[in-house]
Design a binder for this molecule. Structure first.
Ligand code: SF4
Length: 328
């Protein structure tokens, strides 16, 4: 994840929660992509370091475990830059210009000049992030699959040019499709930091309740006596993700018959959210910033050891080692 601020419920349900579960069955590497943050925030990098610490606190609070997974900071593992540079040599420019998010972000982030080499090249850096660990799988939601596909193409092209003793150095990673439920923000659009409609996983109870109170509802339900439809209401969508089947029945019946008011319905949604958030927030309160930094530095050292193993093979495959050159 890019360190652009504290993580929100959308980040949790779409990624973090899955990652925590993956730790039981896979050897996992999770990182904070501070160089990726620079691709859009290069003009003002002042928030990247403080945000890195916040994201790390959120990772640990959600249940990522440094005993079972490697948690690290991208910029501490210089091999990411080296592999990105080398992959960039063989990656066609057209592939990068065609990445849908390239045009999309340029159009959406109009307050930033994204006509830069770094921004165009971010998918190459992303490919390096994955291929550096010779990963079997990349856990992503449906909307992220295209990114992994590009990484696979970058690897395929590399392997066409270079190999080591007839073997591929950069295996193509597979997509590990993980659930990413539709999670609306308080304005009904997809929950996203750029829309300013998020509920943070570190928001205290009164803030969560206040945000829920202002959340938009089924537009057809204007008066208390009007029946509504939870399927047309963002609060209904939250219930579908977080509430128990019993509560869901009450919501559907009460909303469609105008038997309940939206305020009551929202307070049930807040209860359900807080049930998920409370254990996370309790864990967050027990970790200091110093501990988070220490864990991140230690994880980065572990990641660098694994990354270097790959780079030894990559350098050799690309004939960048002098040992094979006859001197004289
Ligand atoms: S009762 Fe609940 S589901 Fe129905 S419109 Fe109000 S907030 Fe939405």
């Amino acid at each position: 994840m890019r360190p652009t601020g504290k993580l929100h419920l959308g980040n949790y349900m779409g990624a973090l929660k899955n990652w925590v579960e993956l730790q039981d069955n896979y050897e996992c590497y999770f990182f904070i992509a501070d160089w990726h943050a620079l691709t859009t925030d290069y003009a003002d990098p002042s928030q990247i370091a403080p945000n890195t610490i916040e994201v790390m606190l959120d990772y640990l609070a959600a249940g990522l475990d440094p005993e079972r997974s490697v948690l690290f900071l991208q910029s501490r593992v210089l091999q990411h830059a080296e592999l990105a540079l080398l992959l960039g040599m063989s990656t066609p420019l057209g592939w990068l210009e065609r990445v849908p998010s390239y045009k999309e972000m340029q159009e959406n982030l109009t307050n930033k000049d994204l006509e830069t080499y770094g921004f165009l090249g971010y998918p190459v850096l992303m490919a390096a992030d994955i291929l550096l660990y010779q990963a079997d799988f990349v856990p992503v939601g449906q909307d992220q699959q295209a990114h992994v596909e590009l990484t696979r193409e970058v690897a395929r092209r590399f392997n066409q040019f270079y190999s080591l003793n007839g073997c591929e150095v950069l295996p193509e990673p597979k997509v590990l499709l993980t659930p990413s439920p539709k999670l609306p923000g308080t304005d009904g659009r997809k929950m996203s930091k750029s829309y300013g409609n998020t509920i943070l996983i570190s928001d205290p109870e009164p803030v969560v309740r206040k945000k829920l109170k202002t959340m938009v509802t089924d537009p057809a339900r204007i008066r208390r006596s009007d029946p509504g439809d939870p399927d047309k209401c963002p609060v209904g969508d939250l219930h579908k993700v977080f509430s128990t089947p019993e509560t869901l029945v009450k919501v559907y019946e009460g909303c469609r018959s105008a038997g309940i008011g939206c305020i009551e319905c929202k307070s049930w949604a807040a209860d359900a959210l807080l049930k998920v958030l409370q254990p996370i927030q309790e864990r967050r309160a027990k970790t200091t910033e110093e501990q988070a930094i220490e864990i991140l530095e230690a994880g980065s050292r572990r990641a660098a050891v694994r990354a270097e193993q790959t780079m030894v093979e990559v350098r050799e495959a690309m004939q960048l080692t002098l040992s094979t050159v006859e001197v004289g």
